[in-house]
Design a protein around this ligand. Structure first.
Ligand SMILES: [Fe+2]
Ligand SMILES: [Fe+2]
Length: 178
């Protein structure tokens, strides 16, 4: 009898351990699916991205558009020549956008100008390094590159760019139609 009770309780333990493992794997799979769809989703312009200056907002919108264009072309399996062209467009547009922001930093004597300029320079270097490796056929475009570009823009606008909003506004640079 004692043996019988022990055996039931052991079976029960095994059952719970197995059920627990199944549940754990199921939750892990769900989080992976969520994560993948989060990475794969296109970047969307949000009103919280607005820095209150229409000229800069439009440039940020264009960067969002170019990152999405690159991802779309990649998903469609476009030729490397097409991807390289979009990558060039993205990198030169990012460069000219940085110049716009930096022009106002200088004009308004923005206190965090140096740090912000360095962040821009690091991005320009990274993207040109990537572009060179891509052109040389050493790397291919991947989801992780898209995720990097998407996260970089999102974090940069909400982090660094937002810091100049007050300074630009105080100097009378408010053109947003929001
Ligand atoms: Fe910036
Ligand atoms: Fe910016």
């Amino acid at each position: 009898m004692r043996f019988h009770v022990e055996s039931i309780s052991r079976k029960r333990k095994i059952f719970f351990a197995f059920a627990h493992l199944l549940l754990y794997n199921f939750l892990l799979l769900l989080s992976k699916i969520n994560l993948t769809s989060e990475i794969m989703s296109l970047l969307k312009w949000k009103t919280e991205y607005s820095v209150g200056v229409q000229e800069i907002d439009n440039q940020h919108k264009k960067l969002v558009e170019l990152i999405n264009k690159l991802f779309d072309a990649m998903k469609q399996g476009q030729a490397n020549a097409v991807l390289g062209q979009i990558l060039n467009e993205l990198s030169s547009y990012a460069f000219s956008h940085f110049k716009t922001e930096e022009k106002y930093f200088k004009l308004f004597d923005y206190v965090e100008a140096q740090k912000h300029r360095e962040i821009h320079q690091t991005f320009v270097k990274e993207i040109s390094k990537f572009k060179n490796a891509f052109d040389a056929g050493q790397i291919t475009l991947s989801i992780s590159i898209f995720a990097f570009l998407k996260d970089w823009l999102h974090n940069h606008i909400l982090g660094e760019d937002m810091k100049y909003v007050d300074c630009f506004a105080k100097n009378g640079l408010v053109q947003s139609e929001l």
